[in-house]
Design a protein around this ligand. Structure first.
Ligand SMILES: *Cc1c(COP(=O)(O)O)cnc(C)c1O
Length: 354
């Protein structure tokens, strides 16, 4: 409040951006009002035109697909891996055509996709790679931060993410040739930044754009969260590990499947989930936990079966995406959750399977 500048691009906004760049080695960071906002900018930055094809997982949030559908892209949905909700890298190559403009990957639960394989495919076929890294703050692939692999990566600071500012996010640009235009797009399609840095005498409408700069108030909230990120992550990982150890007996006996973290991926403890053997069992477990006021929730509905896209989808069956839609269950995981409650929730799950 004392700074007297509460609009976007205030000192504190820029402090957040520099902190993210230096901590995680993104080439350029611009805070946005959401990850959705960042994905919409990404689709415009890589110049998606009507009829271009974009390959993306079906098991993801609607913003991943909507941002590209808004620009007229044809969405080519890929299945998830048998052992993880992430896009199955082995299913991508056969989906690539002469019209493929981009692969959009989602690192589900903050766990990295198989980046070596995916980068090889993108390079070989000269297609853009976009990371929906909404859930990926402070997560790594072979020690390198998620969000540094794609031409562009989009992160979320929505309240449901590890750190947040209510609604917010950022776009990380790793292809330097896209930075200048990104600055115009987030400024309503104007060269306002160039004007304020003295490069042009007045600012004008030079491109299409968005209003994508969060206020100083939002940025201040975020800055405080960023300063605490290591503390937050430590606590979340302890909660995640405790769930994992408590319930691992059910994993061994095949009653449920616990999250699989490949050797190349770190775990930022964004989501703790289990995969039940079928939908009925998952739904009954939700009801069982609700009796003790434990809010366990399912997650995405496969987008290739969504009311909006069903008749546009090419009809391929995506069994793993459907299985995660029907059988995956998320357990409560938030900073203030104490170990006693983690143990109680775990006990209730074990009780259900007795
Ligand atoms: C949360 C989330 C989004 C949307 O983030 P917002 O900041 O709410 O726009 C997009 N994609 C994935 C995978 C998400 O988890």
């Amino acid at each position: 409040m004392d700074s007297k500048v509460l609009t976007g691009d205030a000192d504190v906004t820029i402090r957040c951006e520099r902190l993210l760049e230096s901590k995680y080695k993104f080439k350029k960071v611009f805070l946005t009002n959401s990850c959705t906002n960042a994905l919409e900018m990404a689709a415009m930055l890589i110049d998606i035109q009507p009829g271009d094809e974009v390959i993306l997982p079906s098991y993801t949030f609607v913003s991943t697909s909507n941002a590209f559908a808004l620009r007229g892209a044809k969405l080519i949905f890929a299945d998830s891996k048998p052992d993880h909700p992430n896009i199955d890298e082995e299913q991508i190559e056969k989906l690539i055509s002469s019209k493929t403009k981009a692969i959009v990957i989602v690192h589900y639960a903050g766990i990295a996709c198989n980046m070596d394989a995916i980068i090889r495919l993108a390079k070989k076929n000269k297609i853009r790679l976009i990371e929906d890294a909404a859930q990926c703050i402070d997560s790594f692939y072979d020690q390198k931060a998620l969000g540094t692999f794609g031409d562009i990566a989009c992160f979320s600071f929505h309240e449901t993410k590890n750190i947040h500012c209510g609604e917010g996010g950022f776009i990380a640009i790793n292809d330097a040739s896209l930075i200048e235009r990104a600055d115009v797009l987030r400024n309503k399609g104007t060269n306002r930044s160039a004007f304020f840095s003295g490069q042009v005498k007045k600012y004008e409408w030079v491109d299409l754009g968005f209003s994508a700069i969060p206020s100083a108030i939002t940025s201040s909230f975020l800055y405080a969260q960023l300063l605490d990120i290591d503390k937050v992550q430590l606590k979340r990982k302890k909660i995640w590990d405790r769930y994992f150890n408590n319930i691992s007996g059910l994993n061994r006996s095949g009653k449920v499947k616990l999250p699989f973290v490949p050797a190349y991926a770190s775990n930022n403890a964004h989501i703790f989930y289990l995969v039940c053997n079928d939908k009925r069992e998952r739904d009954e477990l939700i009801v069982h936990l609700k009796k003790d006021e434990i809010q366990a929730v399912f997650h995405y509905q496969s987008l290739h079966k969504s009311p909006y896209y069903l008749d546009k989808h090419d009809g391929r069956i995506l069994p793993n995406a459907d299985r995660y839609s029907e059988c995956l269950l998320r357990l409560p995981l938030f900073y203030d959750l104490n170990f006693k409650d983690v143990d109680f929730i775990s006990q209730k799950i074990i009780e259900f399977y007795k």
